[in-house]
Design a binder for this molecule. Structure first.
Ligand code: AMP
Ligand code: TRP
Length: 356
């Protein structure tokens, strides 16, 4: 498989129309409406969505169809979907300039996903670590959708011929699969350069935020302990309590990057600080070298409250105005469909489907 972080060998012919408009390309990314958004989602993905919007044409999708690959209460899914859209807006994504929409509102995703189910190989799917983690021991009982999930994700991206995808580190393998699907489709149908070989954008000081209870485990929405994560909607007291209780070790703060690397809990907190402060981690290590954790934790709390507080408050405000969020989602879906429709029509023609 190609290395997801190295630019593709051949120049990407899909960039030209964007470059002519002073843009670097087209972005698609997605977040699942499956529970509390946390600091990992923010630093790994959502914050970057806002930062990329002036350089790229951006489409940001709440992936409700991915969410139901594991059971979701139908009474809650709608509110959860709005909450993710509210987080995009609160983090600074301009809903008028970019498309913010729910995946199920653009049926072209599912239509392309079926074709990709026929392009992707079972052997490729069997290597997906997210499936193995989510299916757990009882793999026979996992939904077929959970197994096919990465083919739908490839469709989310390629239905727009997106050239770049900002995500956290954990999605790297899915993006490599997306590239493999694009390459195989282009080869199988003798359609060179039909789909772009998409570049992942994994950047920032915290591309993989770890649990506050265990620095070797990813911070995740599904961790049973709420103390393992900082939620975007946590208030100042909750943030302070969680940081105070965050796991550390008995030594003073690390003196060097090499020292920090051997101490995952400390390393994680330093990475979070650097990302929130928009500073290099090495610089943060130098500032706190040899100090007590209590002093560092007080500084981290102050910083986290200052950076996350306004986002949480704006999310709460938006959640009280579902009519507004729905109108953003509607306009976003309409815009997304104008891009996806013609691409799907081309795909159908390429595959040999008769025109309806
Ligand atoms: P999900 O919650 O799985 O829909 O993830 C949404 C986005 O957040 C994806 O781009 C993930 O890669 C990113 N993400 C999730 N958890 C973390 C984490 N602990 N650290 C950094 N990025 C993350
Ligand atoms: N699989 C991603 C996650 O679990 C969510 C996702 C679905 C996504 N479709 C996408 C991310 C398309 C980027 C692009 O986080």
């Amino acid at each position: 498989m190609p290395d997801a972080n190295s630019p593709s060998a051949a120049p990407n012919p899909h960039l030209a129309p964007y470059q002519a408009r002073g843009l670097k390309g087209r972005i698609l990314s997605g977040v699942q409406p499956t529970g509390n958004l946390h600091l990992g989602n923010y630093l790994g993905a959502i914050r970057n969505f806002a930062r990329l919007q002036s350089d790229y044409e951006c489409l940001y999708c709440v992936v409700d169809m991915h969410a139901i690959t594991v059971w979701q209460d139908p009474k809650e899914l709608g509110a959860q979907t709005r909450e993710i859209a509210a987080a995009f807006l609160a983090a600074g994504v301009d809903g008028a300039k970019n498309a913010i929409f729910s995946q199920s509102a653009v049926p072209e995703h599912a239509q392309l996903a079926w074709i990709f189910n026929c392009v992707a190989r079972v052997g490729w799917m069997n290597r997906m670590t997210q499936f193995k983690e989510k299916a757990g021991k009882d793999r026979e009982n996992a939904s077929l959708g959970l197994y096919a999930y990465p083919a739908l994700m490839a469709a989310d991206i390629l239905i727009y011929k997106a050239t770049h995808v900002p995500v956290g580190e954990d999605q790297k393998q899915h993006l490599e699969l997306t590239r493999d699907i694009a390459i195989k489709f282009n080869n199988d149908y003798n359609a060179p350069d039909f789909f772009p070989v998409t570049e992942p954008l994994i950047f920032g000081a915290a591309t993989r935020v770890m649990s506050l209870r265990d620095g070797t485990k990813k911070m995740s929405k599904s961790d049973p302990s709420d103390y393992s994560r900082i939620n975007l909607t946590d208030d100042a007291d909750a943030i302070a309590q969680k940081i105070r209780r965050a796991k550390t070790d008995p030594h003073p703060m690390p003196e060097t990057a090499a020292d920090a690397e051997k101490r995952p809990d400390a390393d994680n907190l330093l990475g979070i600080y650097a990302a929130l402060a928009d500073r290099a981690k090495d610089e943060v290590i130098r500032e706190f070298a040899g100090k007590q954790f209590s002093e560092f934790k007080a500084a981290l709390t102050e910083l986290a409250v200052a950076k996350l507080g306004p986002i949480g408050a704006e999310m709460q405000r938006l959640m009280k105005d579902p009519g507004h969020v729905d109108s953003v989602l509607r306009a976003g879906a309409e815009k997304a469909r104008t891009v996806a429709g013609p691409i799907l029509a081309d795909v159908y023609k390429t595959v040999g489907f008769l025109k309806p």
